[in-house]
Design a protein around this ligand. Structure first.
Ligand SMILES: O=P(O)(O)OC[C@H]1O[C@H](O)[C@H](O)[C@@H](O)[C@@H]1O
Length: 564
């Protein structure tokens, strides 16, 4: 693709609006920026589109959204026929999210596909629920999830409410790639399609049904009835979609002592009160901590813009704030749920986690005779398994989770659901409070009971075209090196998922497993310009010992990466 030619085309064609052209004129003297924006079409990956908002073929804007949607429409028509297709679209509070939602609906309508849209922001888990509830052919969420404010994106859901699988994504990608001319995608006005009933704005009935489905997932009614009212919770939606569903669910279940960070309830696309709207970043909780100091909260929770990830801060015995990471929260959920099933665990029960998620949850599950299935990173793989079990009745799904703060309890949704996770976390916290301990102590008790597991994630951000090359160089270097020469002397096994192993689809992930079962895994992020390195260590003695093992692996790999 000749970036100069594309740039001129966008500047000269009548199809592109004046806002787009003004933006493009403003970069006319910046060759590098022109190249970054036009050297390729923004890739529609396995989960959909994600990229920086802006004018250009390699950016998220109404034209790249239209193109992706036009490809999706072709896929829908070819796969499900031309009649009776409908989709539901949700969006978060990001810059242009509503506009992109409407653009998606307009292209759908032009192709004879009806869209349901919400009157305002809605969360990703609600969209996942709504696809099945409204019996839609597919679903779309306009969001870049937890990415910085400069980003937006387009996630696609299948009729089961799960993120599309690789095969479907490949078919959609082929349709999108066959659209060479952006200006061939014509649309009429939003009002015209509304009149034709090709776009319909939903009332609150989907919200009510979703909230009811979440409330059904309470593990132990008795605990919630007795202790919910005593738990002091501080919550921040970090300007995103979590506010309505989470405050409603908690309130309706009796968690009345809920304080919300007022400034972060504003649907601000700039996420002005935080650096980065990701609950993995501890600084997003600064305001919540201040509020917690005032109200004396037991726990602090935060959700990302589309409400599919959760962050949790708890207090230790001394009253100091401690962050629980995604692996720890997931493991505690596994423990609490299985303990509270009071021996009524179906013999074919499973939990599902990913290959880069800590083994603590699996260890707990095994103590209860529950199988653990490992998938590749991406909740879509967990969703796929749930669909499979629904058809075959072969397994009973208990919960699924990833290290990256995504959890699903129940099968009302097929993507990670922060709303149900908030409810279960509060239930666990209420249980702990009734026993006179904090969740933090419950975590340490879990180590004592089930094993000392440490884990860590290191993400290295490397942006742009050069970043893509550098990440590929790191992966190639590690693949081709002699493990002894790069310091992995006690290596047991290298798993290269690129070859499609363990019954999993091929994926660019390398996992080094040591003789004592400590491991590290490395993969390029599929959603951000990052390479991610995951570490897991186990000790029979203490958490300090497993931390020591982990730090030694960390230092070794970081030295290697820095030398590449
Ligand atoms: O590829 P990464 O940046 O690690 O992101 C991985 C994440 O991508 C999306 O958010 C998926 O919905 C998650 O299920 C997955 O964990």
């Amino acid at each position: 693709m000749c970036y100069k030619k594309e740039y001129s085309k966008w500047l000269l064609s009548e199809y592109f609006d004046s806002e787009t052209k003004e933006e493009l004129i403003s970069i006319k003297d910046d060759e590098n920026e022109i190249e970054e924006r036009f050297y390729k079409n923004l890739e529609f990956g396995t989960g959909g589109l994600r990229g920086k908002i802006g004018a250009g073929t390699n950016r998220v804007n109404k034209y790249t959204i239209r193109r992706a949607t036009a490809g999706l429409c072709e896929y829908i028509k070819k796969s499900f026929g031309k009649e009776n297709n409908r989709i539901v679209i949700a969006h978060d509070n990001r810059y242009k999210s509503r506009e992109f939602c409407i653009e998606t609906a307009k292209v759908m309508a032009e192709n004879g596909i009806k869209s349901y849209i919400f009157d305002d922001l809605r969360s990703t888990p609600e969209l996942s629920f709504a696809v099945r509830y409204l019996k839609c052919t597919m679903g779309v969420v306009i969001t870049a999830s937890h990415n910085p404010k400069e980003y937006n994106g387009y996630k696609v859901y299948d009729s089961n409410g799960g993120q599309i699988c690789i095969e479907v994504a490949d078919n959609i990608i082929a349709e999108i790639n066959s659209i060479k001319d952006y200006s061939a995608i014509k649309v009429k006005s939003y009002d015209e399609y509304l009149k034709l009933n090709m776009i319909e704005v939903l009332d609150n009935s989907v919200d009510d049904a979703f909230i009811d489905a979440v409330k059904e997932q309470i593990v132990n009614e008795d605990i919630v009835c007795k202790y919910a009212k005593d738990l002091k919770i501080v919550y921040t939606p970090i300007h995103g979609t979590g506010l309505m569903p989470i405050s409603r669910v908690l309130n309706e279940c009796g968690f009345k002592n809920l304080s919300i960070v007022e400034e972060q309830t504003i649907h601000d696309p700039m996420f002005s009160t935080v650096k980065y709207p990701n609950p993995e970043e501890i600084s997003v909780f600064d305001m919540a901590k201040k509020l917690s100091d005032k109200v004396g909260a037991d726990i602090i929770m935060g959700t990302d813009p589309d409400c599919d990830r959760v962050g949790l801060i708890v207090k230790n015995k001394k009253g100091e704030y401690k962050v629980l990471n995604g692996n720890q929260i997931g493991s505690l959920m596994v423990r609490y749920i299985l303990e509270n099933m009071n021996g009524n665990i179906p013999s074919n029960s499973v939990i599902i986690k990913t290959i880069v998620t800590s083994e603590l949850g699996a260890e707990i599950a095994s103590k209860y005779g529950v199988e653990t299935i490992n998938t590749l990173t991406g909740f879509k793989f967990i969703g796929e398994k749930i669909n499979e079990f629904e058809k075959t009745n072969e397994k009973h799904f208990i919960m699924g989770y990833e290290d990256s703060y995504g959890y699903l309890i129940g099968t009302h949704a097929r993507d990670k659901d922060r709303v149900v996770s908030a409810l279960i976390i509060c239930e666990i916290a209420a249980y702990c409070k009734s026993k006179g301990i904090s969740i933090y102590e419950y975590m340490y008790d879990t180590y004592e009971k089930y094993g000392y597991y440490s884990d860590k994630l290191k993400s290295i951000v490397i942006e742009g075209k050069k970043g893509v090359e550098k990440i590929s160089e790191i992966m190639t270097y590690l693949r081709n090196s002699d493990p002894n020469e790069i310091g992995f002397n006690d290596l047991l096994e290298i798993k290269d998922y690129k070859n499609g192993i363990d019954g999993l689809p091929k994926s660019n992930v390398l996992k080094f497993i040591m003789k004592d079962k400590s491991w590290l895994a490395i993969r390029p992020s599929g959603t951000e310009p990052k390479i991610k390195i995951y570490f897991g260590a186990k000790s029979d003695d203490s958490i300090e010992d497993s931390d020591r093992k982990l730090n030694s692996m960390y230092e070794n790999i970081m030295n290697i990466i820095e030398s590449i």
